[in-house]
Design a protein. Structure first.
Length: 355
């Protein structure tokens, strides 16, 4: 970054740390945040004044566009600490590019690469102690952009705030996950914002997911909005089905998030001679496969969820349970991925990024 420009990163260290009050063995996902955050403002047509500073509340006008029109996008990334104390990000360039893709769809100005990486690294270096060693420990990183301009005119804001906050994380789900296939509600439509990490995509799932929870399911697998015949993605994860020894997953499109974990699993499967069919997956074929005993596994993939087995599913009033597999693909990919993320295995694909 050029010295003297408005993009010179400023760093303000917190005077105290709250780390000693944190019970790292009993973390609930996304409840505790580290000592620092990154902020950068967009004003008069440019991003300016990037700063890493103590984590704390924001002051915003009640009329800020984000509150009224949901002009907001976010990302989810993770940092891992290896046995030597080195810190690694997993494919961060993918998240950065997707953030800007989401921003473009929401008419938010794109964020500059160098500012993102310089700020992120400075933030992680200040909060390094918050990243614990050992499989399963990570720091969940949440970059996001909100429209801050005051005024309720329904038009894109001219002012924004970019932020990164970080939260120490273990698993996303605290128990077993069962899903129901969506039959009435929809997550995304053709030409909509389903592919983007737009805040509203997630908020709109809360009500139908609450109804599903009342029926004993933790998540919904969303189906295509037109026919509800094809399985697309779960609210917090992309989704894979193992039928026999083959993996099936829906192709990404303008309704489905192009998940970084999803594409990593596809690459690892291909590398390890596991057949993956990336194609439309019908509800009927999965229900039929379950009835015949050919449906071996369902698992979700996502940054927060990592690779999460699905123990059963519901459809049209029927409930199906899946048996544990000795040669579980979910476990296999989870281990493979973690070995790369924690700097144990060779990084053949250049996915690790040293901080
Ligand atoms: C992630 O996996 O990072 C996500 O953004 C999902 C989120 C809803 C927890």
């Amino acid at each position: 970054m050029k010295n003297g420009s408005t993009l010179q990163l400023e760093i303000e260290k917190a005077s105290t740390s709250k780390i000693d009050s944190v019970d790292f063995d009993n973390l609930v996902f996304g409840n505790i945040f580290t000592d620092h955050m990154m902020v950068c403002d967009y004003k008069n047509g440019e991003w300016r004044n990037p700063k890493v500073m103590p984590y704390g509340p924001l002051q915003l006008e009640p009329s800020a566009r984000v509150f009224h029109y949901g002009q907001a996008v976010f990302e989810g990334m993770k940092a891992f600490k290896d046995d030597n104390g080195e810190v690694w990000l997993f494919r961060p360039q993918e998240n950065f590019e997707r953030l800007n893709k989401s921003s473009k769809r929401l008419a938010i100005p794109e964020f500059p690469t160098e500012v993102f990486f310089e700020g992120l690294e400075a933030l992680l270096n200040l909060d390094r102690e918050w990243i614990k060693q050992g499989f399963g420990n990570s720091l969940y990183i949440r970059p996001f952009v909100i429209a801050t301009e005051a005024g309720v005119s329904a038009s894109p804001a001219k002012e924004y705030k970019f932020l990164i906050i970080c939260s120490p994380a273990k698993s996303y789900y605290s128990g077993e996950v069962r899903v129901v296939f969506a039959e009435k509600f929809s997550r995304a439509a053709n030409g909509g914002v389903g592919f983007a990490k737009a805040a509203g995509n997630y908020g709109a799932q809360f009500y139908p997911t609450n109804l599903a929870k009342e029926e004993g399911f933790q998540q919904i697998i969303w189906t295509d909005a037109n026919t509800h015949e094809y399985l697309e993605e779960a609210g917090t994860m992309n989704i894979f089905f193992r039928v026999g020894d083959k993996l099936l997953t829906a192709p990404t499109n303008d309704r489905i998030l192009d998940g970084v974990t999803r594409k990593s699993v596809i690459t690892l499967a291909e590398e390890n001679d596991i057949t993956v069919e990336v194609r439309r997956v019908s509800v009927k074929e999965i229900v039929d496969a379950a009835k015949k005993g050919d449906l071996k596994e369902i698992f979700g993939t996502g940054t927060a969820a990592t690779i999460n087995p699905v123990k059963g599913f519901g459809h049209d009033g029927e409930k199906f349970e899946l048996e544990d597999q000795e040669d579980s693909y979910a476990q296999y990919f989870k281990t493979k991925l973690m070995e790369i993320q924690y700097n144990i295995a060779e990084d053949k694909f250049g996915w690790r990024y040293k901080v």
